[in-house]
Design a protein around this ligand. Structure first.
Ligand code: NDP
Ligand code: 2IT
Length: 444
């Protein structure tokens, strides 16, 4: 049996009941086949076996008290996956679906994503099955304080630097940072996505969505095309979706639909982003309210229907496996030309295969959404230097990084005989640096 198949088989046997982890590993290792064939030393040093096994997994209890005095217990996780090229780096997700499989898939993806940024950051991910929806600010604060009361002993500015992800934004990072500082008596860059008044970076809030559109803009430009006049569908209405919409609109695209986990809005006139921001960022409400406020907009219960809306460009920006085979087929049938993944692993393996066969330009998550973590690394650099860059400086660096990632994955795909296959190209380009660093550091 060849090396990749053996490692995948062992991974599934050793980690049963972790379907998302299996899915991410399958996508990555399949993409790495041509690299592994050229490097027999990888098998001799069990490089892939080491690569798919986290360096450390921390799981802990998070007890907290709600406003009515009732005690709750949630699960807390931090997977410190790979530190070959830098301190562990990756977000924290608070969502009721969170389990070890989801955190491990996110952590594995993060290793290669972080490598692609070209900046010195390793891969990690964490979170909790806590559901922030409907909780008061004080409940969120008590939960974050309890979470950090365990996590603080495992992280540090040169060890592991968490940030946000689903359910963790500026408010949560503030509470987490406050508790870390109180426990360690250190005002350091141990978390990114911090507020601007206590060490955060300008443009971090916008970075993932803007970065996604910068990469798509480059992919379009390389084909003599642009965003102007294009119809775009964006799933989600959180941090990534909102800023992807903002940048796409600023380039002249018409964004016609967005969603949250209850349903989607279709606005044939183009989404009124100020209304979305008001509902989502200010009021923490539901996207349904958009249709009550904006004339001509329709609300539809359920999420799947969004992919039946004809568009030129689809930007899934909510969660894993939102585009399955049937949704991919519907998009292709309606003429989609570009898909850029703002979320992590939003397309199933079957969905990717539909896009590949149809010749859709497919920008995979670990490349397309790397702008967030790249700007987190820029925040770390500013913290270490005890200085701040302007919005324009950070934004310019972000754009450069996204264009470079696009070029590197494009070149890697071509070099390894899979031209235009950016799933393979991103995996290969990200893996090479991690593999070199792991080989240089011995069997660790
Ligand atoms: P937010 O919490 O700000 O927003 C998440 C959005 O996705 C909300 O609209 C939410 O709807 C929706 N959503 C979440 N879970 C589901 C679900 N199971 N079904 C349908 N809709 C769902 O998160 P972000 O915008 O930060 O993250 C979105 C995606 O982008 C995630 O995959 C994340 O891993 C990825 N990402 C985020 C980065 C960042 O910097 N924040 C960087 C790189 C990737 P509702 O409010 O109803 O839950
Ligand atoms: O998936 C991701 O890259 C993130 N949630 C951002 C991680 C970070 O450390 O900024």
């Amino acid at each position: 049996m060849n090396y990749v198949d053996r490692v995948l088989g062992e991974l599934k046997a050793k980690n049963p009941c972790e379907p998302e982890f299996h899915q991410a590993a399958t996508e990555i290792l399949n993409g790495l086949r041509p690299v592994v064939e050229r490097h027999p030393e990888y098998e001799k040093t069990a490089l892939l076996e080491r690569f798919v096994e986290p360096e450390r997994v921390v799981m802990f209890r998070v007890p907290w008290v709600d406003d009515a005095g009732k005690v709750h217990v949630n699960k807390g996780y931090r997977v410190q996956f790979n530190s070959a090229i830098g301190p562990y780096k990756g977000g924290l997700r608070f969502h009721p679906s969170v389990n070890l499989s989801i955190i491990k898939f996110l952590g594995l993806e993060q290793i290669l994503k972080n490598s692609l940024t070209g900046l010195p950051i390793g891969g990690g991910k964490g979170g909790s099955d806590f559901d922030p929806k409907g909780k008061s600010d004080m409940e969120i604060m008590r939960f974050c304080q309890s979470f950090m009361t365990e996590l603080f002993r495992h992280i540090g500015q040169d060890t592991d630097v968490p940030a946000g992800d689903i359910g963790v934004g500026g408010r949560e990072i503030g509470f987490l940072f406050g508790q870390y500082k109180r426990l360690k008596d250190e005002h350091v860059g141990v978390l990114t996505g911090r507020g601007l008044s206590y060490g955060g970076s300008l443009a971090r809030t916008e970075a993932t969505g803007y970065g996604l559109v910068y990469m798509a803009e480059e992919a379009l430009a390389c084909r003599g095309d642009g965003f102007k006049g294009k119809t775009v569908v964006i799933s989600g209405s959180g941090n990534v979706a909102i800023y992807a919409c903002e940048k796409a609109q600023s380039l002249g695209a018409k964004v016609v639909a967005m969603y949250d986990s209850n349903g989607y809005v279709y606005d044939k006139n183009g989404i009124d982003l100020a209304a979305v921001k008001q509902i989502k960022e200010v009021e923490r409400g539901r996207i349904k309210e958009y249709a009550d406020r904006v004339k001509g907009a329709e609300y539809h219960e359920g999420c799947k229907g969004i992919w039946n809306i004809p568009c030129d460009i689809a930007l899934p920006c909510a969660t894993q496996n939102e585009i399955d085979e049937a949704s991919a087929k519907a998009l292709v049938k309606n003429g989609v030309k570009y898909v850029g993944e703002g979320a992590n692993m939003p397309t199933t393996l079957e969905g990717i295969s539909v896009f590949r066969k149809a010749g859709v330009v497919f920008l995979p998550a670990k490349a397309a959404n790397a702008g967030g973590v790249a700007t987190s690394a820029l925040e770390m650099a500013q913290s270490s230097g005890r200085l701040f860059w302007t919005f324009e400086e950070v934004d310019k660096k972000l754009k450069n990084i996204m264009v470079n990632i696009y070029r590197n994955m494009d070149a890697a795909a071509e070099e390894y005989g899979v031209k235009g296959d950016y799933v393979a190209g991103a995996n290969i380009a990200g893996f090479k640096k991690v593999a070199d660093a792991m080989m240089a550091q011995g069997i660790v």
